[in-house]
Design a binder for this molecule. Sequence first.
Ligand SMILES: [Zn+2]
Length: 307
Amino acid sequence: MPRANEISSEMLRFSTKQEYDDLVSSQTRLFESRWLWGHHLSAALVHPGAFDGWCGACAQPARFFFESREDGTIDLREQMVCEHCGLNARHRVSLGLLAELCSDSETARIYATEQASPAFRWLRGRFPESIGSEFFTEAQGQLLTEYLQALLGEEARLNREDATDLSFDDESFDAVISSDVLEHIPDYRAALENFFRVLAPGGDLVLTVPFLDASQESLRRAEIDADGEIRHLVEPEYHGDPVSPEGVLAFHSFGWDLLDTLRACGFESAQWCLPWQPSQAIFSGLWTVHAHKSAGDPPHKTESKES
Ligand SMILES: [Zn+2]
C-alpha cells in the first residue's frame, strides 16, 4: 500500500487480551490521548463536513466525508468516506491489510462476502480475480442486482452464497475478506470453518466485526430456537442494510475469544489488529482480525461440508 504523506502510521497486533492489556497498562497515556483525539474530533464535528487527508486505498489526497449521528457524535468507523473511492474507514483498514498480504494483485484469488458494495468495486479494480457474493432473499435479489450493476456495469451478475455452506472447492482462494458479516450469522463457527476450508495453504483471512475489546467472552445476542424462531437474549441490535429497511439483526458481539475459535478452526495464527493512521482519517478503535492458514497444513483439516 502507498505510504506517501503518512505520519506515525502503525498497526498493532495482539494474539491475546493479555497482550493488549499489558500494552495499555504500560502506555496508558498514549492510549488515552488517542481515545481523546477521536472523542474530541467526534464532538467537534457536529455538522456534516469533511476531514482532509490522504487516502491509502486510492493513493491520493482526499476529503473524507462524515455526518453526525442523532446524538451529535461521529461514527469514526462507519463514516470518514473517501470522496474518490467511496470507502469508509473500516473498509480502508481491512482492504489495506488485505492488499499488504496479497502482493501479487494480478493473480491473487480473493473471496469477499460482499459484492454489491463500493468495497467490492475497489477489490475488483485492484484484484481482477476477486469473487464476491451476497446472501439475500428472492425479494432482495432484484434490488441488489440493480445496485451491483450501477457499481460494476450491466454485465455484472449477482452471486448468492451461504457463508456456512460455501459452494467453492477446497483451497480455492489466497485470501478471504469478510466485513461486518459474521455477527449476522447464527452459526458463525460454521462460516469460519468454511473460510478455512476454501483458503489455500498459506492463505489469509481478514475480518471485521463489532468487537467488545474489554471482553474476553463473546456475547450471544440472539439465537434460533428449535422451532426456527429468533429468541433474543439481550436487547436486539440491528445494523444498517441497503436492502432491508428494518436492518439486519446481530446475533453476536465478539470478544477476544474469537481468536481462540479461529485457532480451533485450524488457523495457525489469529490476531486482532489495531491501526493508527490519523492522516488517513483512521483513528482509534478500528479493530480488524487477521488469521493465517499454515502453508504446511494438510488439506481437509476441517471437514465442514455435509456430504
Ligand atoms: Zn479513496
